[in-house]
Design a protein around this ligand. Sequence first.
Ligand code: F6P
Length: 362
Amino acid sequence: MNSAKTIGILTGGGDCPGLNAVIRAVVKSAILQYGWRVIGIEDSFDGLIWPNRYRELQLEDVSGILARGGTILGTTNRGNPLAYRVPENGKENVCDFSDRVIRNAHELGLDGLIVVGGDGTMRIALELYRKGLNLVGVPKTIDNDLNATEISIGFDTALHTASEAIDKVHSSAESHHRIMVIEVMGREAGWIALEAGLASGADAILIPEITFDLEKICTCVRQREKAGKTFTIVVVAEGIDIPAAGGSGSSTGKRLHPQPGMAANWVAEGLARCTGRETRVAVLGHIQRGGAPSPFDRILATRFGAAAIDLVAQGEVGKMVCLTHGAIGQADIAEAVRITRCVDPHGELVRIARATGICFGD
Ligand code: F6P
């Protein structure tokens, strides 16, 4: 029998579909299974830095949120407590608030903290765990680039959103005999581009993991034309490297801070120039982060949320819940952030894509 505990939960980093489903599972499992209290921390770690930014979550607070996008707790991808930017006299001071976070967590009486986040949030969580905060991570990111789990919350829904959008663009491209370039999210990893491109019959896919030459995409367009296809669908991950103005047309690596639309516009302009064909751009942007979570994400979020509470009960802190071969497991947070989980350019999905005629520009 576990003694009564008080558990905190926060959501950090960019929002995604399924966060509310995790909060609901954590609250329900903590209260119904263990008889514990749950405190919701607002706006990621900000709620443990500034006063009065938390509230107790009862069962009625999580009623009806399973299918709702966003997070009832709020989030931020800017407030790193280890290097917090505080404006002062027109300047910005960078402060380390980690001790304050730990002190406030103790004053709140938290026996454990559930941290729902992507790689940035897990890196912060790891530092705080090493400084003595008892926490358990839950992976979420539409980019699906967290190591140690085969899938994170939000990816499946974003994949559906992107695939549906590409399907819609497809019919328009066909009707107008155009090249359509669709930009999806994916800063360091091209999972959304690869899987949505596969699911929607893209002709070319550009991802940060595969160095491309735009001339090869032009050749793909010309070959399609020879075969009687007067339109081409190109799916681009926002994080592909694009040369500076006047560059060669070859990619050299990844851009870690992409501006929405830059990659797709650069590709579209290049393709219009070399093929002479009318070209249009669709940038999906934050649409991919919104909406109701898919049934898969709802179930995954529920499994992860309940499993995170079990880990706290077992005293297994410093861990992140994960999915391995379809089963719920646990990994050290250190392992989750050790490397970025990128697309394997020689992996099965890329091979299948190539086998079915998709061009990667290499
Ligand atoms: O990491 C998730 C992500 O959605 C990236 O794909 C994207 O580049 C970034 O967040 C956008 O962040 P922001 O909400 O700050 O624009």
